[in-house]
Write a protein that binds this ligand. Sequence first.
Ligand code: ADE
Ligand code: ZN
Length: 344
Amino acid sequence: MNPVPAVPADRLPALLAAMPKAELHIHIEGSLEPELIFRLAQRNGVALPYADVDALRRAYAFTNLQSFLDIYYAGASVLLHAQDFYEMAWAYLLRASEDNVVRAEIFFDPQTHTARGVSMETMLDGLHRACRDAKKIGVDAELILCFLRHLSEEEAFETLEQALPYRDKFIGVGLDSSELGHPPEKFARVFAKCRQLGLHLVAHAGEEGPPAYVWSALDILKVERIDHGVQSAKDLSLMRRLAQSRIPLTVCPLSNLKLCVFPKLEMHNLRVLLDAGLVATINSDDPAYFGGYMNDNFLQTFAATGLDSRYAYQLARNSFEGSFAEPAAKQRYIERLDAVFADA
Ligand code: ADE
Ligand code: ZN
């Protein structure tokens, strides 16, 4: 593991909260809190199929990924103007900075919005402005455009076309939405095109789907990170491949719990992934829906699984090493992490 001395268990929660960290798996539409959904619905005259904030929150009883996605897309329907996208992203970035997130690589789902007549320009105007302003609160924020895998590859190509005039406003592309029945290879050509364009590549794989989907994300899409990837533990040769290639996994423990990927947080396999030498990280996925932002994910996962401070250091370090930051910035983040552990 790493050379960091163990910190007494009673000081671990404060250390988990204080350590600088990168968030590499956050869907900005999944940071929309019910209060903001209702405020935007009222401001924009959008009707919602829920009477009030409490009724909406009561609907957050998910049984699998699809049961969540249905509500998540309904929540995103209140976003119409650049200012709406700005307020959503700014609220997330403020909350992330409270959790000592110093770098955030933020997913957005353009097809959820273009399907409702919201232009790529509108959403990127608001989202990118929030990312730029985040510097003032100590967060380096970048955007990653996700293709919805339940739609066709042709529609992904159309989305890429719409985004290319704003190429300077996002650093990469990802693949999200309903995993089962939509394997990565469905998007082989559009990912090849994005690779030619010099975009970073990531994909959700092995959240609910089998190890075969992780293999094809690696070998066919040629992604640089796997989002989730927890099902990889079912395939030892895949585990060896992930460890040897140092392809990071952006694991989201509270998401996995709420979407019933694991029946209890105590049964999460994060320790198995780390002990096998994988570059695993902790992330919040859709924090407004899954009951916790970054530090909630760290605190609850450590409390449930008994991981110690050496794992905390490794996870934070992995988050910086697995980020798409420039090497000099990575080095600075890791020096700040080391300083926090030296004082612990
Ligand atoms: N979109 C938002 N959250 C997601 C998740 N956990 N899996 C797939 N698509 C998503
Ligand atoms: Zn996700």
